[in-house]
Design a protein around this ligand. Structure first.
Ligand SMILES: Cc1cc2nc3c(=O)[nH]c(=O)nc-3n(C[C@H](O)[C@H](O)[C@H](O)COP(=O)(O)OP(=O)(O)OC[C@H]3O[C@@H](n4cnc5c(N)ncnc54)[C@H](O)[C@@H]3O)c2cc1C
Length: 294
């Protein structure tokens, strides 16, 4: 499917993978897909660049401004009450991530969202780890790795590995749990034997805005005219942001999207009982044939 869409990706045999990454233990891999042009980006810098781009096109961006209420006239949006005053508008797009259900509640709309923790560990690469470090989605070990800074390896786990209890996004524990370090270390040392001498450089947790089917809520909310959702990314919203921004703009201004049908992500699917069926899962824990997967 990806090559059909023009993505530069190909399958490599065990031998080809080994040649590409000689310091990796690939005994449990028969083959893998290789994306030579893929990479990662700093999410804070990327967000600021999007905001700068929007400003250049005439948008006003208010940093450090809290939405406290949403005004409605009849069944229509009328304005947004912030801690810096009221903005009159017929349209609100709820992109508040793990706080998105709270924005819904301002309008009496229930959005089924569970903020859950996602834990990350960092390890310093030893000096004799010389192979170029790539990004790995490691299916057999249910982990992923990527470079961090000049000399570190960052590791995260598939969604269903650690606790997925609901947390409060304002007060959750930003550290990692004690069991994560040995779990990650054993996997990293299996995959990269040279990391036997790697030192631990700490860890942290962030929050995923998790929905019941781990797919986002995108589109109009039928109860209130002018109210849209773009939230519930369940841990995979960053990579989709450029494409979904364009689609959302088209949906709001034209009332439809021309290239991709977003109706399967309708926020009302939970009420209508039309959840994506949980089927075979991929590394990230989402259905393997999900249209929005890593
Ligand atoms: C540790 C970790 C690793 C991740 N790795 C990846 C990855 O590799 N690839 C990927 O695609 N995704 C990844 N994600 C997920 C990705 O970060 C999210 O999907 C993405 O940030 C969602 O963007 P968003 O703009 O919808 O929400 P957010 O980035 O959560 O932004 C929501 C904003 O709304 C603001 N807000 C909330 N309430 C209010 C209010 N009342 N008034 C004003 N503002 C308000 C918040 O302060 C926040 O700034 C990761 C997430 C975590 C935690």
């Amino acid at each position: 499917m990806q090559t059909g869409l023009g993505v530069n990706v190909r399958m490599l045999t065990h031998e080809e993978l080994q040649e590409l990454q000689p310091q990796t233990n690939l005994e449990d891999f028969e083959s893998g897909s290789y994306h030579p042009e893929s990479g990662y980006a700093n999410p804070v810098a990327t967000t600021n660049l999007f905001a700068d781009g929007a400003r250049r096109l005439g948008a006003q961006v208010f940093d450090e401004t809290e939405v406290r209420a949403i005004e409605v006239e009849g069944d229509k949006i009328a304005g947004v009450v912030t801690d810096r005053g009221v903005i009159s508008t017929p349209i609100v797009i709820n992109a508040a991530g793990a706080w998105g259900d709270r924005i819904g509640k301002m309008l009496g709309v229930e959005l089924p969202l569970r903020p859950t923790r996602h834990q990350i560990c960092l390890f310093k690469r030893p000096y004799d780890f010389w192979q170029p470090q790539m990004i790995y989605a490691d299916g057999p070990l249910r982990t992923y790795y990527r470079p961090e800074g000049a000399d570190m390896l960052l590791a995260g786990a598939a969604n269903d590995v650690f606790s997925r209890d609901e947390v409060d996004p304002d007060t959750y524990d930003e550290e990692t749990d004690p069991e994560t370090l040995p779990w990650f270390l054993s996997r990293i040392q299996h995959r990269f034997p040279v990391m036997k001498t790697a030192s631990y450089r700490g860890g942290y947790s962030g929050v995923y805005d998790t929905t019941p089917d781990e797919q986002p809520m995108i589109g109009p909310v039928p109860e209130v005219r002018g109210f849209y959702c773009l939230m519930g990314w369940s841990g995979h919203g960053f990579k989709h942001s450029p494409a979904i921004g364009e689609l959302m703009a088209e949906l709001v201004t034209e009332g439809r999207t021309s290239e991709v049908d977003l109706s399967i992500f309708s926020p009302s699917r939970f009420k209508d009982g039309k959840l994506s069926t949980p089927a075979p899962t991929s590394l990230c824990g989402r259905p393997a044939f999900s249209p929005l997967c890593c």
